[in-house]
Design a protein. Sequence first.
Length: 555
Amino acid sequence: MSSETRESLNFIEQIIVEDINNGKHSGTVHTRFPPEPNGYLHVGHCRAIVLNFDLGIKYGGKTNLRMDDTNPTTEKTDYVDNIKNDIQWLGYEWNGDVLYASDYFEQLYQYAVDLIKKGLAYVDDSTSEEMAAMKGDTTTPGTNSPYRDRSVEENLDLFARMRAGEFEDGTHVLRAKIDMAAPNLLLRDPVLYRIKHEHHHRTGDEWPIYPMYDFAHGQSDSIEGITHSLCSLEFRHHRDLYDWIIEKLDIFPSRQIEFARMNVSYMITSKRKLLKLVEEGHITGWDDPRMPTIAGMRRRGFPAKAIVDFCRGIGLTKRDNVIEIERLEYHVRQELNKIADRAMAVLDPLKVVITNYPEGQTEMLTTINNPEDENSGSREIPFSREIYIERDDFKIEAPNRKYFRMAPGRNVRLKSAYILHCESYDTDPETGEVTTVYCTYYPDSRSGQDTSGVKAKGTLHFVSIEHAAEAEVRMYDRLFTDPVPTSHEDKDYLEFFNKESLKTITAYIEPSLSSVKPGSHFQFMRIGYFAADTNSTPEKPIFNQTVSLRDSYKP
């Protein structure tokens, strides 16, 4: 491989290519994505999904989906189903059936027995507080447990009785016997198994003991023949234990490689913290469109391709950093600009009466669906004497020479319709607010058939009052007021929860929008991108704001 080609690869690909060239594992590449089914997947998981599955595809390998279901207290079948749905929605398919760490409970138990027989594991009766005190710290070596020198026979007997359910939670654990003075504190006789009399979502009440993550992770990789086990940086210090257990058991040598997790500004990537938002009612659920979960982003209208492109574009590093949310929104706009049909909706309505348009007359006008997609076709929109425009599109006095919207004495075009001339307006006598605007239209100025010779520099969107449907429109702001709400040691992240992150308004939409399918994407012209909510119906259309029209991020 040339140096130029090698430099174009990220550091994980360089390792993979080197392994392939050296014939390691017969040149095969087998990755896995191992989520814990204790919540919905979030934006941070997207990086791991894209990385693992893309590598499997690029190097002709396989990628397993394995649920790390070793903690029955927090795991649910509902979470499993949503994880599978999210991965498929992003466009990926895993190798074979969905796998589970619980598939290997018997094998993992036998691995633990093997360690006991080799004198490398023992049952400890100490309390968690006593074990913490024995552990020491970075400058002080730990002290051995008084149970560390139990005989192999006694440890085997106690471990078997733990499995049989004879003991209560917290009374015994199985620990590895490594080195209580190890520089890496995770090697100071770590716990491998704990007693937990909990109902498991797959194995029921069969197991009263469950392996710790560090004991299940590497061995599950090994059982599946995972060649490159990709983890985020917080597992770097766990790698020493990962390797120690594989070495002592003399099993398939999976290799753990760490990369920086993806953090996005104004989002959090802790399922525990996200669960708190759900349980305390700060948001409506895991799929609330403000949430950084894949389900939330999907409901808000983020296209799967935009999320994947974002993950691919940020690169891969060995240092944690925070990616601007504007970069993600840039990819969302890029994709929606291509796929979202244009539509007209008025969010803050101001009534306009076209005084010289015949009363009771309705005209159907043709407008293109998406100028960026030549195959998008067109649709008809109704036009009548009374219409709504956005209140911000009218000014009693034009503020400057560059103002091309509606004002008395000025011409302005309506999208795919006619040119209007603003004549006058009514105001509320108490507030002074404009209530109605009166205009005339140029009958020969119909869009596409304009022979009037009249000029209008500005173009406004509108809806016919007679034909418009009411819709609930949800406008969103950042979920948090701080770009990194979890970075403050002296403050709880909920102190930065943005109570103004959701604003619900009643808008008026063109009639074609009232019957669209949930999940459909649209650009509300001159306003932003929106998606029909999962609960949207023809009787009650609901739209979620996805992103605004303008980018603040420049690639």
